[in-house]
Design a protein around this ligand. Structure first.
Ligand SMILES: Cc1cc2nc3c(=O)[nH]c(=O)nc-3n(C[C@H](O)[C@H](O)[C@H](O)COP(=O)(O)O)c2cc1C
Length: 199
């Protein structure tokens, strides 16, 4: 099957039609290493709107590296950091949703980000990005969203659209995705706008 041969254990190629010609390549991830990540659930839901594209959804658990240190980097960079950057290089655009821990990035994402940034400070390599966050609280990861909106562009992200889903467990259903009509309508509008901005 296309792609699956080199995908690592937790990553998924959501496309199942081997013979289909896809439009573009999307690199997708949740900024979380939780096996029950709500951000990954949101990313998967959104990816259903991109089924005409080749999807590479990774799991940060496959990018498990020692905690970044200037001492360790003297010995070189982990293969995972290069692989994270290679995924981005091979993609046409990025869809991600960041978990908020203590008002900021999760440690799992920050570590990948730190390692990758030491190889290429333009981590996101000028790719268009649909940036999302969600959390169980009413702010929907608004703090990590604000941080990423402010700083991701300095690392090469071209953020075209952003979306935060508050109160995940009230507004999202595992089978049906977003069940709140207003949030769903807002998200769909943003997805449409994002698609229009992809060249
Ligand atoms: C250490 C820790 C800190 C957290 N801090 C925040 C926070 O600052 N803001 C917030 O909205 N949720 C916070 N949460 C709750 C997370 O949003 C929640 O665990 C969510 O499920 C994380 O996303 P994930 O499931 O994709 O990993 C925190 C959770 C943990 C474990």
């Amino acid at each position: 099957m296309k792609l699956s041969l080199f995908l690592s254990k937790n990553s998924v190629n959501l496309n199942i039609d081997n013979h289909r010609k896809y439009n573009m390549k999307v690199f997708a991830f949740a900024g979380s290493n939780s096996s029950t990540s709500i951000n990954k659930q949101l990313v998967k839901f959104v990816l259903k709107s991109f089924s005409d594209h080749e999807i590479n959804l990774i799991d940060l658990n496959d990018y498990n590296m020692p905690i970044f240190s200037v001492d360790l980097e003297k010995n070189g960079f982990p293969e995972e950091a290069h692989r994270f950057l290679d995924n981005i290089a091979e993609s046409d655009f990025i869809i991600c949703s960041l978990a908020e821990n203590n008002r900021s990035y999760s440690a799992a994402f920050k570590n990948v980000f730190d390692w990758a940034s030491r190889i290429n400070v333009k981590v996101f390599q000028d790719k268009p990005m649909l940036l999302m966050t969600t959390s169980p609280g009413g702010y929907g990861g608004g703090n990590v969203m604000a941080e990423a909106l402010k700083f991701f562009p300095q690392f090469g992200a071209i953020i075209k659209e952003s979306f935060s889903l508050p109160k995940f467990y009230e507004n999202f259903d595992l089978n049906n995705g977003i069940i709140n009509p207003e949030h769903l309508s807002t998200l769909n509008e943003k997805i449409d706008n994002f698609k229009k901005q992809l060249s």
